[in-house]
Design a protein around this ligand. Sequence first.
Ligand SMILES: [Fe+2]
Length: 133
Amino acid sequence: MEYPRAQLVRALVAYFGDDNRRIEHALRVFYHAERIAEEHPECDTEILVAAALLHDVGIKVSEEKHGYNNGKTQEQYGPPVAQELLESIGFPADKTQVVTDIIGNHHSRSKYDYPELAVLKAADLIVNRDEKV
Ligand SMILES: [Fe+2]
C-alpha cells in the first residue's frame, strides 16, 4: 500500500469530521505506537498504523446509539466501521482482519497474541493517562 499513513489519516479525519478531540487522541496514540514499535520489529507497520489511528472509531457509533461509550461498546462497534474504512482505501484484505480483531479487543484482556495489539494497548495507556492530567 502506498503512503499508508496519509491514506489512514484521511480516512480518520473524514470519519470524525470536526471532532478534533478524537482526531487528536488518535494521532497521539499513533505517535506513541510508532515509537514503542521501534523496540518491536516483529510488528507489521501497516497493521500497527491502521490499528492506532482507527482504534476508537466505535466511539462515534456508540455515542450516536446510546449517548455514551465505554470499552465494551468501543470493542463492539469499532470493527465494522474500521472494516468499511479500510476497504474504502484499499487496505490489504489479509491485514484487515487483524486490525479489526485488535480494535475489537483493545479494552479487554488480550485474546490474540498479535504484537501490534500489545503495542496499541501500551500507547493508548500512555495517552489516556496524559489526558487525565
Ligand atoms: Fe484510545
